[in-house]
Design a protein around this ligand. Structure first.
Ligand SMILES: *Cc1c(COP(=O)(O)O)cnc(C)c1O
Length: 362
């Protein structure tokens, strides 16, 4: 079976884990500090705070930004549920707006139309590894005095106008979950250039304790720390960022080169001012294709190729968001038409050719 994602685990990851185990220090410590420093280098942001997962990263980013009850946060309904859950976790209201059908990212024109006196922040998602339209989003947050949070869970190493993701809003959140481009099983990192946010984030992940003052609690906090075991794995992975990103981009170029003239298939679009790191390689299957999206998935499955749908249910249709009956045409359409093919760095040329051959034969 050609899997949709596969973690890269080498002797270096094993050695890193073994080093931490032998040190006897497993909790947040030196490895976490080193990982944070390496994240500031990759993102060119001033500060980085490691936490236990990407959802916790988003939760703390919203708390640090002071978002809470009676506030509205604008985001996209075409994303993983963990983009929007933290908005509810702080007691605020998610306000969904539709996507751009070409990039699958939030449509800034619709963002501006959705602003009310209660709007406090925007969470933009760099979906599939492609940065959102930050020129437009930054103009909007400046004009309306809002906070811009980047959900960069899928976009580590990507650039927008040559600026790395993680440095495109007021706060950015990464995930190091097992399927992400850089992973350690479970993990998250928040980056920011704001010293005040940085200090708050460090308190919030550790029970609200004042920095360096044991048992002095200055606010309600959480236990969202990362362990040194996870950080040690993530550091090895991050060291490979360039090579694994190049391989994903190579694989994506190969797939697009072979599939772009197939009638009924729409390959991923890369705006000129962006780099795409292909966390997912996602095709759109329209009515000109001879099979439906679901039939194509079944056929791929029978041929030993895993595929995925990111994402089949628009978040405005998920009950707990209580988003009402408003319809989002492009999100709905995309949720029925998209399919992600394997693009991960461990694919061989044979795997790539097999994927292309099966689709072209249809
Ligand atoms: C993975 C992911 C998250 C959540 O990260 P976890 O580490 O799984 O908590 C949030 N947003 C997006 C877009 C993601 O892909």
């Amino acid at each position: 079976m050609i899997s949709l994602s596969r973690p890269i685990i080498t002797a270096r990851e094993l050695a890193a884990v073994s080093r931490v185990l032998k040190s006897g220090h497993l909790a947040q410590g030196r490895e976490v500090t080193a990982l944070e420093s390496e994240f500031t280098r990759v993102t060119q942001a001033k500060y980085a705070v490691a936490v236990c997962n990407g959802t916790a990263a988003l939760h703390l980013a919203l708390l640090a930004a002071g978002i809470g009850v009676n506030d509205e946060v604008i985001t996209t309904p075409f994303t993983f549920v963990a983009t929007a859950n933290p908005i509810m976790m702080v007691g605020a209201k998610p306000v969904f707006v539709d996507i751009d059908p070409g990039t699958y990212n939030i449509n800034p024109v619709l963002v501006e139309q959705a602003i009310t006196p209660k709007t406090r922040a925007i969470i933009a998602v760099d979906l599939y590894g492609l940065p959102a339209d930050y020129t437009s989003l930054k103009r909007i947050v400046k004009k309306h005095k809002l906070i811009l949070i980047e959900d960069a869970a899928q976009s580590i190493g990507a650039r927008y106008k040559n600026i790395p993701t993680g440095n495109l809003g007021d706060l950015a959140c990464f995930s190091l979950y097992a399927t992400k481009n850089v992973m350690c099983g479970e993990g998250g990192v928040i980056t920011t250039n704001n010293r005040n946010y940085y200090k708050l984030l460090r308190q919030l992940r550790h029970h609200g304790q004042q920095e360096g003052k044991k048992y002095r609690y200055v606010r309600l906090g959480y236990n969202y720390r990362m362990t040194d075991l996870q950080a040690a794995i993530a550091r090895v992975q991050l060291g490979r960022l360039q090579t694994i990103t190049k391989k994903r981009q190579f694989n994506a170029r190969f797939l697009t080169h072979k599939l772009k003239y197939v009638s009924g298939l729409v390959c991923p679009e890369i705006p000129v001012d962006c780099t795409h790191v292909f966390h997912q390689y996602t095709l759109r299957i329209n009515s000109q294709f001879s099979l439906s999206r679901d039939e194509l998935q079944q056929l791929l499955d029978k041929s030993g190729i895993m595929s995925g749908v990111h994402y089949p249910v628009p978040l405005n249709e998920v009950a707990h968001f209580a988003a009402g009956s408003k319809k989002f045409k492009e999100t709905k359409k995309a949720s029925k038409e998209v399919v992600s093919l394997p693009v991960h760095p461990l694919l061989s040329m044979g795997d790539l050719r097999k994927i292309v051959d099966i689709i072209k034969r249809i």
